[in-house]
Design a protein around this ligand. Structure first.
Ligand code: TXA
Ligand code: MG
Length: 352
C-alpha cells in the first residue's frame, strides 16, 4: 500500500463533513484506523471478506485470531447473531455503548475470515463519539482489532497508530487519547452465566452487580498458563516492548529494594535498565529511565498510561524493564493481565 491519509478530528466537536470521507472508505472496502474509548481500532467492512483480509495483512496478525465486529446501535446486532439470550440483553442494556464485547452464536452473514472458523462472533458497541459516528455513517458493521502491529502494545494515542501503521492502511483518524487505555472486556454470553475471556474496562465486580454469578476463563488466571484460553487472542505474546520485561511483586518496600538491587546488578554488566513504577515510588529510584504509570490510588490512571509507558521504553532504548505490580482489584485485574503478558509471565514474587 502507498499513501495513508491522516485526518484530525476533535471528538468534542466532530466535523461531520470530514468524517464522511473515512466512512466512505470503510463502506467501499478500505481500512480506517479510529479512536475508541478503549484503544484505537483498525476498521474494515465486516461483511466484505477482501476488506477484512487487509486488516490481517496490515497488522501482521495470525489468521486464527478472530476479530470484534463493531456496531453503532443495539439493534444492528440482530442480523449478525443467531439468537440473543436474555442475559445478553441485560448486559447490553446496562453496559452498551461501552468497553465490553460480547460473544454470541454467529449468523450466516458473518464471513469465516472474521471468526477464524469459530461458530461464535464477538460484537461491541463503542461509546467514543468518533467511533460511533464513523460506524453509523459507513452504514456497515465494522471489524476492528486494536490498531497496532501484532504483538506490540495497543495504541492509546494517534501517534502510536501512525508509528505502527502509516503506509499500511488507507486512513488514520487522529482523535485524541483513549479514555480507558486497555482493550474491552470480552465476555462469552453463550452459556448460562457470563464468562470473562479477557478482563478489561468493565470489571468482574461491575458484572456482579447485575448477574448472580460471573465466571472467568480459568486459562487467563495466573498459574494456569498451560490451559488453552477460550479467546484465541489470549494465547499470543502481546504488548511486548523491545526490552525484556520483568515484574517484581511483593510489599511495596521490598519491591522497591529488589528493583534497586536488580538495576545496580544489570547496570554493572552494561545493560540499560528501565523502571516502570508509580507516583508513590518514583522518587525512590535514582536517576535513569524511570516512568510512572500514575498514582496507586487511581487505577484508572494507571490503566490509561500503561501501554504508552511500554512504548516509551522503546524510544529510550532500554535493554531490560523492571515493573512494579499493582493491586488486582477492579480494573487492576486487567492492568496486571496485560503487564504479565508483556512480561511473558516473568514475575519475581517476593516474601513467599
Ligand atoms: O477494546 C477493544 O476490544 C478493541 C477496540 C478497537 O474495540 N479491539 C480489540 O480487538 O482489542 P483485538 O482484535 O485486539 O482483540 C479481540 C479479542 C482477541 O483476543 C480475540 O481472540 C477475541 O477478542 N475474540 C474475537 N472473536 C472471538 C470469539 N468468537 N470467541 C472468543 N474470542 C474472540
Ligand atoms: Mg489487539
Amino acid at each position: 500500500m502507498s499513501e495513508t491519509k491522516v485526518y484530525e478530528i476533535d471528538p468534542k466537536a466532530i466535523d461531520e463533513e470530514i468524517l464522511k470521507v473515512p466512512a466512505k472508505v470503510l463502506k467501499n472496502g478500505g481500512t480506517v484506523a479510529f479512536p475508541t474509548e478503549t484503544v484505537y481500532g483498525l476498521g474494515a467492512n465486516a461483511l466484505d471478506e477482501k476488506a477484512v483480509k487487509k486488516i490481517f495483512q496490515a497488522k501482521g496478525r495470525p489468521s486464527d485470531n478472530p476479530l470484534i465486529v463493531h456496531i453503532s446501535k443495539i439493534e444492528e446486532i440482530i442480523p449478525l447473531v443467531k439468537e440473543i439470550p436474555e442475559n445478553a440483553k441485560k448486559l447490553m442494556g446496562k453496559f452498551w455503548p461501552g468497553p465490553i464485547t460480547i460473544i454470541l452464536k454467529r449468523s450466516h452473514r458473518i464471513p469465516d475470515v472474521i471468526t477464524a472458523g469459530l461458530d461464535t462472533v464477538a460484537i461491541r458497541m463503542p461509546s467514543h463519539p468518533i467511533a460511533n459516528k464513523l460506524i453509523e455513517k459507513s452504514q456497515v458493521p465494522v471489524a476492528a482489532p486494536s490498531a497496532n502491529l501484532s504483538g506490540k502494545p495497543s495504541p492509546t494515542k494517534a501517534e502510536h497508530v501512525i508509528h505502527d501503521l502509516k503506509g499500511k492502511v488507507d486512513v488514520i483518524i487522529s482523535g485524541g487519547s483513549c479514555d480507558v487505555g486497555l482493550e474491552s472486556t470480552v465476555v462469552d454470553m453463550t452459556g448460562e452465566w457470563p464468562m470473562i475471556l479477557r478482563p478489561g474496562g468493565i470489571t468482574k465486580e461491575d458484572l456482579e452487580e447485575i448477574f448472580e454469578k460471573v465466571e472467568v476463563d480459568k486459562a487467563i488466571e495466573e498459574g494456569n498458563r498451560d490451559l488453552i484460553p477460550k479467546s484465541p487472542g489470549m494465547k499470543y505474546t502481546h504488548y511486548s516492548p523491545k526490552a525484556e520485561v520483568v515484574i517484581v511483586e511483593g510489599n511495596i518496600e521490598e519491591t522497591v529494594k529488589e528493583i534497586q538491587k536488580l538495576k545496580k546488578e544489570k547496570e554493572k554488566i552494561g545493560l540499560r535498565v528501565g523502571i516502570l513504577c508509580t507516583d508513590e515510588t518514583k522518587v525512590l529510584y535514582e536517576e535513569g529511565v524511570v516512568i510512572s504509570m500514575g498514582s496507586r490510588k487511581e487505577v484508572t490512571t494507571i490503566a490509561n498510561n500503561l501501554f504508552a509507558a511500554l512504548r516509551l521504553f522503546d524510544e529510550k532504548d532500554v535493554d531490560r524493564i523492571y515493573a512494579e505490580s499493582i493491586d488486582r482489584k477492579f480494573l487492576g485485574h486487567a492492568v496486571m493481565n496485560r503487564m504479565i503478558k508483556a512480561a511473558g509471565y516473568n514475575v519475581i514474587k517476593l516474601g513467599r
